[in-house]
Write a protein that binds this ligand. Structure first.
Ligand SMILES: *[C@@H]1O[C@H](CO)[C@@H](O)[C@H](O)[C@H]1NC(C)=O
Ligand SMILES: *[C@@H]1O[C@H](CO)[C@@H](O)[C@H](O)[C@H]1NC(C)=O
Ligand SMILES: *[C@@H]1O[C@H](CO)[C@@H](O)[C@H](O)[C@H]1NC(C)=O
Ligand SMILES: *[C@@H]1O[C@H](CO)[C@@H](O)[C@H](O)[C@H]1NC(C)=O
Length: 655
């Protein structure tokens, strides 16, 4: 495992072998299921364990690269209320290769999974006044899938794929194509989001008649600029008391940092990640074991510790419920997961991460100035995160030049004040705004701010989007910046239950979709067909036609023309998944061996391609012989007791 690469939102040590080959094999046998779907095919009729009434949502796959069976998974929640404008937010988690189901089920989504496997509502969810579209990006991540040799390698390819996805998605859901569009996410999505935003702006320039109204970006604890963020590891470690200046450990890490800075100067600054700099983080984690008696600090929340060498991989605790929930056959069926997707959901996919080198991609920080000329950006940071810590984000803001000045300057020589934010009487953080860029430091918060403080993040979101609750009539939240409430006021918590005209209109739209779904399900079609047949039969009888006429009628498939028989899913028949999941999710040694075969060969080929060029930049080539990456080795072996991870490393990477 390329343990420290660019920081993913959840850099879990993946089971690298599990995901990619099965879809490949499946694709050889199964017809592609995504052609010509309509919104009704994606309507989620029931969600196991969800409280009543069920929220309005759609989920399923959209094909983005038929030649490689590339399918992206989305889960779309309709807004519960429309405030002053129609808004849609795309949410992306990091990795690369970590599923946006993290965001859906542990952060900003409306449901959280309880220990008993049922769902409860999240009082700070972002779907109150905006539609929220969670996308497993890029292909291969989460519920998305693709042939094992066709993962994405570079950020611009990822962005192109996302634009393709959105073209397809808006074709299926045209009523949202004119919404104000926001893109939000976390961690490595700090690379994804600016690239996607730039690709959308480019697309809009060529297609101004059908421009998407990109209205804002929000990035939480983003990995945006290595040269600004790597130096912050040691700075933050001092501040958090993880490293004591003057100790042996400190001297050793400073040496590592010198190597890192030299590598950045030698060209590393033009890349998204730099191996020798990632090693600084590893050294800090390893040092923390000495203070914590064999445990290490949780790299996503330094207030917590974790077993070594997980150092946060076991966090957050909700994962223990979320993973089994997303592997349940009834959940898979409810979310319209294609039969082509044979393997169970995993939070992060190691093969996607390994393939996503971004070796030829400039760090996303270089895109920010052009974006900020047109689109406001909010960067927010939970201040207890180490891996993408707030000091690094503040470093990058202080050196970035955009909209005519450098750093958080509002006019020459005047710095944007850090304004105190209180939420329901508690100090919540600090706000700073300059020239279309807002920076928010969240107090007492981890890498996954919405996990810790969902309601505060909703308040942030509603302020950023300018939600006006006047038309809804909710109770304003007591949120104050420098003692002042927002204008207009925002509201979070206690979901609004009062209906508005706008909401009524939405409900009508949804029930139309529902009706359409049932129609497509074939149930209605069957009834109609029987009636028609009856009438026709009567006519035929009267006309004394031969009974052969009936045969041809009954010979027709009543599902034809009503969704390719996909209506099955409504009746609970599923898409052929019901019989599969138990075996496809079992991580038998046999499965691994089979699935391991193909992709490693591919990786080797790719490694050879690149081996002439600056190998030292690429951690995955070093992780076999670099002591810094020993952490990952131990973790993989430790988590399962089988040496699959080690075998993979031996196969795919230089040892
Ligand atoms: C796009 O969204 C912004 C922000 O809400 C809004 O001010 C603007 O009028 C919208 N433009 C269009 C063409 O809808
Ligand atoms: C900020 O963004 C808006 C579009 O939302 C743009 O019109 C404006 O020029 C930008 N401000 C600056 C200072 O560039
Ligand atoms: C949260 O952080 C603020 C500012 O650092 C501090 O005043 C407050 O006591 C903290 N609250 C908790 C519960 O830790
Ligand atoms: C709607 O709002 C009114 C006035 O705020 C309140 O009395 C009533 O209970 C609300 N209805 C629902 C269904 O919440």
């Amino acid at each position: 495992m390329p343990y420290p690469r660019s920081p993913p939102s959840r850099r879990r040590l993946q089971w690298p072998t599990l995901l990619s080959l099965a879809p490949l094999l499946a694709a050889l046998w199964l017809p592609t299921a995504s052609a010509d779907k309509s919104a009704a095919d994606y309507y989620v009729h029931a969600l196991p364990g969800a409280p009543d009434p069920l929220l309005k949502m759609y989920a399923g796959h959209v094909e983005v690269s038929p030649e490689h069976h590339g399918n992206m998974f989305f889960w779309f929640y309709k807004n519960r209320h429309i405030a002053n404008r129609q808004r849609t937010i795309i949410w992306l988690n990091g990795g690369p290769g970590c599923s946006s189901m993290d965001g859906a089920m542990m952060e900003i989504g409306p449901y959280r999974v309880k220990e008993d496997g049922t769902l409860r509502l999240n009082e700070g969810s972002w779907d109150e006044f905006a539609n929220v579209l969670f996308v497993d990006n890029p292909v291969g991540t989460g519920f998305s899938y693709v042939d094992g040799d066709s993962y994405v390698h570079e950020l611009d390819d990822m962005a192109k794929q996302m634009v393709t996805f959105l073209e397809e998605w808006f074709a299926i859901f045209p009523e949202y194509a004119h919404d104000d569009l926001y893109i939000a996410g976390e961690s490595y999505a700090g690379q994804h989001i600016p690239y996607i935003a730039s690709a959308i702006l480019d697309r809009n320039a060529l297609n101004s008649a059908h421009a998407w109204n990109l209205s804002g970006l929000l990035i939480g604890n983003g990995w945006i600029s290595g040269p600004d963020q790597y130096p912050a590891y040691l700075q933050f470690a001092y501040e958090a008391g993880l490293i004591t200046p003057g100790t042996d450990a400190d001297r050793q890490i400073q040496d590592q940092q010198k190597t890192c800075f030299a590598d950045l100067d030698k060209g590393g600054k033009d890349h998204v990640d730099t191996t020798s700099c990632e090693a600084i983080l590893q050294d800090i984690l390893r040092t923390s074991t000495k203070q914590l008696g064999g445990k290490c600090v949780n790299m996503y929340d330094v207030r917590l510790d974790d077993s070594y060498p997980s150092c946060g991989m076991n966090w957050p605790p909700d994962l223990a419920q979320v993973t089994p929930y997303l592997r349940r056959a009834d959940v898979i069926s409810a979310l319209h997961i294609n039969a082509d997707k044979k393997t169970g959901w995993e939070e992060c996919n190691g093969q996607v991460s390994n393939a996503f080198r971004a070796y030829h991609s400039a760090p996303s920080v270089t895109l920010l100035p052009a974006i900020l000329e047109k689109v406001p950006i909010t960067l927010f940071s939970g201040d207890k995160d180490l891996i993408c810590n707030h000091i690094g984000t503040e470093n990058l803001l202080s050196t970035l030049h955009w909209n005519g000045a450098t750093g958080m300057e509002t006019s020459p020589g005047v710095w944007a004040p850090k304004r105190d934010w209180t939420f329901e009487g508690e100090p919540a953080g600090q706000y700073q705004t300059a020239r279309n860029l807002t920076y928010i430091r969240f107090y007492n918060s981890s890498h996954m701010v919405p996990f810790d403080y969902p309601r505060r993040t909703r308040d942030m979101l509603d302020r950023f989007m300018g939600v006006d609750i006047a038309s809804i009539g909710g109770t304003p939240a007591d949120s104050r910046i420098d003692g002042e409430k927002a204008h207009p006021e925002t509201s979070v918590g206690g979901h609004q239950t009062n209906s508005t005209l706008a909401q009524q209109a939405e409900e009508d739209k949804v029930s139309a979709a529902k009706w359409a779904a049932y129609q497509r399900s074939g149930e209605v079609a069957l009834v109609v067909m029987i009636l028609l047949v009856g009438v026709w039969g009567f006519v035929l009888y009267r006309a004394r036609r031969r009974r052969a006429g009936y045969a041809s009628v009954f010979g027709a498939d009543p599902y034809d023309g009503s969704g390719n028989g996909r209506g099955n899913s409504v009746g609970g028949g599923g898409l052929g998944l019901d019989g599969e999941p138990a075996s496809s999710m079992r991580r038998s040694k046999y499965d691994r061996d089979v699935e391991a075969a193909r992709p490693y060969g591919d990786e080797e080929a790719e490694l050879e391609d690149l081996s002439g060029k600056q190998q030292h930049r690429r951690p995955r080539e070093l992780d076999g012989d670099e002591h810094h990456f020993g952490l990952a080795d131990e973790e993989e072996d430790g988590e399962d007791g089988e040496d699959v991870g080690g075998g993979r490393r031996a196969n795919g990477h230089a040892v």
